[in-house]
Every structure is written in C-alpha cells, then in structure tokens.
Design a protein around this ligand. Structure first.
Ligand code: PLP
Length: 394
C-alpha cells in the first residue's frame, strides 16, 4: 500500500470529526442540544428548475443518451451552453472547446493541478484557504505556499504575493467568494494581481497561471460582484461547481474553463484532458450535464443565507465579538476571543456550539461559522453565543 495515501485516509478532517461529534451528541441528548456550524453543506434545497429539468430530460431524452457516456471532456452542446452563458453574462472570453466537465470543483482543481504542475512547482494561495488545496496540490507533486491575507479585510496581500513568487511558482490560486472568510476579491485587486503575474511571468520566463476556485460565485450579498477572471488575465483557469449555487453538493457536477487565448491553449487543454484521463475523471455524470443548460444563472434561495448573515453578523457584533463582515459564500470568520481558537471551541462546545478553528484554514486566531442552515437555527443559537461572550467578558 501507499503509505502517504493511508495517512491521508486514516486522518479525518477536523470538520468531519466535529460533524460526527454533533451527530453523536444529538442522538444522545436531542436535536437542540448542539448547533452545528461546521460543514458547508447547503441546507436550502435545490431550485425547482433542477427537478423540472431532470423530469423533462427523463421524459424526453432517449435513456441510452441520458444515461450513456458523453465525450470524455463532456457533452459538446452542454459545453457550448456554458461558454455562451459566460460570454453573455460576464462579457468574458470562453469557448466550448476549452471547457472540461468535472465531478464538482474538487475534481476541477485536482485535474488543473495535475495538468500544470511538475514536481516541486509551487502554488501560491492567499490564507485563509480551503484545507483540501494542500491535499490536491501535494497529490499532484506540487507545494502549497500560503500567504497571509491583509488583517481586517482579509483581501489578498498583493505585495506579499508578488514578493513570494519565484522561479518555481507555477500558479496563483484564488477563491472568491472565500471559504472560510466570505471575502470577495474586488476588481482593483484582481487587476493588480493580474499585473503582478504578467510581470513575474516575464521576469522568470515561464507562464504563471491564475486559477480561480469559484463554487460560491453566485452567493453574494449587498450587490457585491465577483470579477470574471478571464477578463483580466490570459493564462487563467476557472474551476466552477454547481454544488453551492444550486445546492447540488452530492450530485457532483462542475467544470474547468480555460481561457481560450491562453498561451499554448491547445496544449494546456490537452494536458487538462490528459490529467482527467489519468485520474479517471472522464465523462462527468451525464444526466447532471444535460440539466445544466436549463439551470445556468439560477440559484437556490439565497435570501435564507442573506438573512442568516445579517442576523449572525449583527448579533455577534452586538455581543462584543469581532467578525469579518462576509460579502459572499455562507461562512462568517470570527476572531477568537482568546488566541487559541481550539480552546475557544472547547468552551463553545459546552454551550452546544460547534464551528471550525481557523488554524485548519491556515489562519490561526479565528473560527469559521458555516451559516448555510435554516434561519431558526441562527435564532436559537444566538443566545448561546451571547452566554459564551459573557464568559469572556466581551
Ligand atoms: N473549493 C471550495 C472553496 C470549497 O468550499 C469546496 C467545497 O466546500 C470545494 C472547492 C469543493 O466543491 P465541490 O463540492 O464542487 O467539489
């Protein structure tokens, strides 16, 4: 057996561990004994457009097509629909023959890392970041280099990123809206990052890719917008997923969109197809692919998340906690009232509150609260957060 794989499989992520803990406590002490804010599993159902599209497909499409293999990189008409949607909605470069359908963002990222990285290549990522990035990057032979984001706003620290780029840097990976902070990277910052990557690519004589991980693109509040990356930088790969926008996390559907005018675009796309092939990530689930053209631009009811965000942010602030106001996704990043976020979690557990220490996202001293829950869960949990604040004399 491969020892590294055994190690990865044997060690549960803290999120999974807490999720299991919550289930056990609930089974013993009842539903309201613990409020679990650990996992980013949407509790709001998929929009009707999803089931309507699936029923329509089942009734009208020959089953051998609906349930059969598509092309390895995905059905051409589905990829064309996605490309047209991206062009029309964001005015951004996109082409069907540079899109690759995947089982969610996880596969999109894994394929992209395998397609681009050579052993020892570095991937720069602003911290805090989604912990699986490290597993995915290392699995592809690369090295993840987290760069702490700016204190307060948690915007990427462009100067620190520029200073960290070296001859081994193969890509900059950004995630906006961000898991775990909810921060959205604004247009000025994307432009500055693009300028840095242009300059450093020239200086080091290699293409440095910009990879955008965008499963939360549509989940934004107060009119925030997420710049479409192919509008800013040629050597861009967008990894998208319908897991969160359509609440289809368990169905596993997403895609890779390579900028059609990327340097050596045909070779890079061939590398993406090759990585998909070598990992066995071919022919993403066909019924879910065929559903996509009916659901592009649709979302589940994000008003529920918007309401949770306001209740939680305002409630916690009024109790004396310090939080980063989330502009998107469904996470709130809260400053731990004591330096050790694990110690804070242990105290919170006694109040029946569960969340994830920021250490696991490469940003100690904070905790992530996933608010993709029903409004009443927040209502019931707030008094417990208040009691916890009192313990700290906030
Ligand atoms: N990237 C980020 C930032 C995520 O939060 C997640 C899932 O929570 C993923 C990628 C993986 O998404 P998917 O379910 O599409 O594989």
């Amino acid at each position: 057996m491969n020892e590294r794989m055994r190690g990865l499989g044997a060690k549960k992520s803290i999120i999974r561990e807490l999720f299991e803990y919550a289930k056990t406590v609930r089974a013993e002490k009842g539903a309201d004994s613990v409020f679990d804010f650990t996992i980013g599993n949407p509790s709001v159902g998929a929009p009707d457009a999803v089931s309507e599209a699936l029923i329509h497909l089942i009734k009208t499409m020959p089953p051998e097509v609906l349930h059969g293999y598509t092309s390895a990189q995905g059905d051409p008409a589905v990829r064309e629909a996605i490309a047209a949607y991206v062009r029309d909605t964001f005015g951004a470069p996109a082409a069907a023959d540079k899109i690759y359908m995947t089982v969610g963002a996880a596969a999109a990222l894994t394929i992209s890392f395998h397609a681009i990285l050579n052993p020892g290549d570095e991937v720069i990522v602003p911290a805090p970041y989604f912990p699986e990035y490290k597993v995915f990057v290392e699995g592809a032979g690369g090295v993840l280099r987290p760069i702490p984001s700016l204190k307060g706003s948690l915007a990427p620290d462009v100067d620190a990123i520029a200073a960290a780029i070296n001859e081994k840097t193969a890509m900059l990976l950004i995630n906006s809206p961000n898991n775990p902070s909810g921060a959205v990277i604004d247009e000025a910052t994307v432009s500055r990052l693009a300028a840095v990557l242009e300059e450093k690519s020239r200086a080091y004589g290699r293409t440095i890719f910009l990879v955008g991980d965008e499963p939360y693109r549509e989940l934004v509040y107060d009119g925030a917008t997420v710049p479409y990356l192919t509008n800013y930088y040629k050597n861009t790969i967008v990894c998208y997923s319908f897991s969160k926008s359509l609440s289809l996390a368990g169905e596993r559907i997403g895609y890779i969109l390579l900028h059609p005018e990327c340097e050596n675009a045909n070779d890079i796309y061939a590398a993406i197809c090759g990585a998909g092939r070598s990992l066995g990530y071919v022919c993403a689930p066909s019924m879910l692919q065929f559903m996509i053209p009916y659901c592009l631009g649709k979302t589940s009811d994000i008003e529920i998340y918007a309401k949770n965000r306001t209740m939680l942010y305002e409630g916690l602030s009024s109790f004396g906690y310090e939080a980063v106001k989330p502009e998107g996704a469904f996470y709130l990043f809260l400053k731990s009232p004591e330096p050790d976020a694990y110690a804070f979690l242990e105290k919170a557990k006694k109040h029946g509150l569960l969340f994830v220490p920021g250490d696991d996202f490469g940003y100690p001293g904070y905790v992530r609260i996933a608010y993709c829950v029903q409004n009443e869960t927040i209502e019931k949990a707030l008094p417990r957060f208040e009691a916890l604040a009192k313990e700290y004399n906030l």
